[in-house]
Design a protein around this ligand. Sequence first.
Ligand SMILES: [Zn+2]
Length: 417
Amino acid sequence: MQQHPEPARARSDHRKLGRELGLFDTDPLIGAGLPYWLPDGAVVRHAVEEYIRGVERRAGYRHVYSPVLGKRELYEISGHWSHYSEDMFPPMDLGGEQVVLRPSLCPHHALIYRSRAHSYRELPVRIAELGGMYRAELSGVLGGLTRVRAIQLNDAHIFCTLDQVADEASAALALIRRAYRALGLRPARYRLSLPGPGGKYVAEPGMWERAGALLTEVLHRAGLPYDAVAGEAAFYGPKIDVQLTDGAGREATLSTVQVDFFQPERFDLHYLGSDGARHRPVMIHRSIIGSVERAVAHLIEVHGGAFPAWLAPTQVVVLPVTDAEVPPAAEFVRRCAEVGLRAELSGPARGGLGARIRAARLVPYQAVLGPREVAGEEVAVRLRDGRRLDARPAAEMIEEIRAIVDAHGTGLWPEAS
Ligand SMILES: [Zn+2]
């Protein structure tokens, strides 16, 4: 088994950094495992979510919204009630009915698929949602963004023919790997999660074998080394897990690709084949970054708060040397904002230039405006990593930074510059 260790960089606890950087917090009155996002944290989360939505849109997914509640009966049909109830919140009684905070998005998406007739020509149908789900974690294990009771999941379900499963699962795995490059994450290993002993899994040996064989083919096709592990499958099918290691060296799963023959049966899903007869689709469950909370926790730790430019809460800090440069500095901030960059003015009222640069040490681009720059209608930019760029016209600088941010990479500036 080939290991890809994280770069040797000091990694801090996301809970400590999250508080220091003003990204998220909790309040006992809201409750344990229910963090809220402060403005800077909300910016990071929003950037991640928009990136994911864009990538999915371009890969042919259609986005939906579905409610976080469902009737108990829905989860009895999906099998969650009998296989997963210990992780679910207790049902709420409502006018003679019981409703449940959903433990997953799958049943809602199965119903959305079922709500319309589908011909084989439309397949694969790819339904995506960044939606809320809930897990009744015990209060003793809750903390930060990694163990929470309210989860925002980057989820999608692909309804397709058996012949399309390997291609669709491969494409999903490729999306995951591409997103990791943009986010600056490195998988520690790939895991093929299979059922273990015990009654937690639906018992249909033929289904498990077929689904396991398809996922093995996907891993072989991608040329990825993997470990097959018993006891980690979802109750309805095997899955590929992309494993990461956290700051303490513990493994965590963000991304998964699962093949499921069970839910389509339970929800009686079908499509009209070229032969005019009804056929059962296969359901692929896949998540590129898993829960947004867990993904951002991991990003905070991996980058130590120094996020890639496209994720940084503030992308450009503008530093007038004296009060005389404050008006042109404010104008530069305005021009950055106009093209969608997140820029902030840090003027002499906040202290000497050196102190202001230190305070902005996590901001990717630090634009200094002194009398010389203002006279020459230029800006001099210092990168977070200490590199200094030649002064250039403001419009040119803004355009170059915007292009780097839009490219969703991890580099601050092209090396040749
Ligand atoms: Zn699912």
